[in-house]
Design a protein around this ligand. Structure first.
Ligand code: SAH
Ligand code: AVI
Length: 332
C-alpha cells in the first residue's frame, strides 16, 4: 500500500486493489452467469482497454445524450455545488477518463478549497492515464488512483483530506441491479462523514425512442461495445465465441424502467470456455443480458437515498428533464 497520508502536494499515488483477485472474479461471474437458466454477465467486464475506448466513442455519439447533458448541468452548477459543500477532496467512483471531473476541480480551485482528487475505476488504463493528466493540469494537486471494484473495495479509499465530495457520475448507478444498488448506496452512506456529500448522476425516464436510440446507435458503436465482452471472454478464459454470431439488442423495459442490453445468439451453437472446462449451449434466439441501465425519477432517487440513510440536499436537471445531478448527505 502506498503512504498517501504523508505524500506532499503535487504527488501521485496509485494502488491496485484487483491484482490476481480480478481474474478469479471474472471466472466466477462467467461460470455463474452462463450456466444459469437466464444467461447474464456483469457489465463491469465490458470495460477492458478496448471497451473503455469504445465507451469514450459512445459518449461522442449524437444519439447518446447522457454525457453531454450531464456535462451541461455541471457547467451550470459546479460553482454552486462547491459553495454548498465546501469540498476540498473530490473522490470519483467509476471515473473513466475523468473528463467532467475537471468542471468540479476547476470550481474547487476557484473557491480556493482544492486539495486532492481520488480516481476509482476497475479499468487500469483509465486510472493511470487520467491521474497522470490531472497531475499535470492541476499543479499542487494530490492525486490518488485506486484501481478497484467499487462494489467490493471502497474500504481501500485513502483517509479523507478535508470535506469530501464523492461523485458517481454518468448514470453508472443505473447499471446496478436493484439489490446491488441498495447495498452500494448503503456502503457509500457509511463512508460519508458529517461534512461530506455524495454527487449522484442519474439518467431519467423519457420516451422509448430516445432511450433505445441512445443504446442502439446508427454507427454501431454500442453494438461493438456490447460484443466486446465476448472478446474479453475469448482472451481471458480461452473461450471460442464468434462475436458476429450474436446480435446486439437494446430495449426499454417499461415495467422496470431500465434499458436492457443483450447479445442474442443468431443460431443454435455451442461455445467452449477452456479455462473453465465448460461448454455452453445456446438456442437460436437465446439471449445473454450484458447490462441494465436504469432510468429514474426524482421521487425514486429521493426514496432510494432515504432508504440508504441519505437525504437529498439539491436536485439539478436540464431543461428537457433528461438527466439529473443529485446532491445528498447523511441523514440526521
Ligand atoms: N464517470 C464516467 C465514466 C462512466 S463509464 C462518465 O461519466 O463518463 C462507467 C465507468 O465505471 C467505466 O470507467 C468503468 O470502467 C467503471 N466501472 C464499471 N464497473 C465498475 C466497478 N464495479 N468498479 C469500478 N469501476 C467500474
Ligand atoms: C456507464 N453507463 C452509465 C453507460 C449507460 O448508459 O448505462 C454504459 C453504456 N452502455 C451502453 N452505452 C453506454
Amino acid at each position: 500500500m502506498t503512504s498517501e497520508a504523508t505524500e506532499p502536494a503535487g504527488a501521485l499515488t496509485l494502488h491496485n486493489a484487483l491484482v490476481d483477485d480480478e481474474a478469479r472474479t471474472l471466472a466466477d461471474d462467467v461460470r455463474e452467469g452462463l450456466t444459469a437458466e437466464f444467461k447474464e454477465l456483469p457489465p463491469k467486464h465490458l470495460y477492458d482497454t478496448r471497451g473503455a475506448e469504445l465507451f469514450e466513442q459512445i459518449c461522442e455519439l449524437p444519439e447518446y445524450y447522457p454525457t453531454r447533458t450531464e456535462r451541461a448541468i455541471l457547467e451550470r452548477v459546479a460553482g454552486e455545488l462547491i459553495a454548498q459543500t465546501g469540498a476540498a477532496e473530490l473522490v470519483e467512483l467509476g471515473s473513466g477518463s475523468a473528463t467532467k471531473t475537471r468542471l468540479l476541480l476547476d470550481a474547487m480551485r476557484s473557491a480556493g478549497t482544492l486539495e486532492s482528487f481520488v480516481a476509482v475505476d476497475v479499468t487500469e488504463s483509465f486510472v493511470r492515464d487520467s491521474a497522470a493528466e490531472l497531475l499535470r493540469e492541476y499543479p499542487g494537486l494530490r492525486v490518488h488512483g485506486l484501481i478497484a471494484d467499487f462494489e467490493r473495495h471502497l474500504d481501500q479509499l485513502p483517509p479523507p483530506r478535508g470535506p469530501r465530495l464523492l461523485a458517481f457520475l454518468g448514470g453508472t448507478i443505473g447499471n446496478f441491479a436493484p439489490a446491488a444498488r441498495r447495498r452500494f448506496l448503503r456502503s457509500v452512506c457509511g463512508l460519508l462523514g458529517p461534512d461530506d456529500h455524495l454527487l449522484l448522476g442519474t439518467d431519467l425516464v423519457k420516451d422509448r425512442a430516445t432511450l433505445e436510440a441512445a443504446y442502439d446507435d446508427s454507427a454501431g458503436v454500442t453494438a461493438e461495445f456490447n460484443r466486446n465482452i465476448l472478446h474479453v471472454l475469448n482472451r481471458e478464459l480461452g473461450a471460442d465465441f464468434d462475436p458476429a454470431a450474436f446480435e446486439h439488442v437494446a430495449r426499454f423495459d417499461t415495467e422496470h424502467e431500465w434499458i436492457e442490453m443483450r447479445l442474442r445468439s443468431r443460431e443454435a451453437q455451442q461455445v467452449k470456455l477452456a479455462a473453465l472446462e465448460l461448454t455452453v449451449a445456446f438456442e437460436a434466439g437465446e439471449d445473454i443480458r450484458t447490462e441494465i441501465s436504469a432510468k429514474f425519477t426524482r421521487e425514486r432517487v429521493a426514496a432510494e437515498l432515504t432508504a440508504a440513510g441519505l437525504v437529498l440536499a439539491a436536485w439539478h436537471t436540464d431543461a428537457n428533464g433528461w438527466f439529473a445531478l443529485s446532491l445528498a448527505r447523511r441523514a440526521g
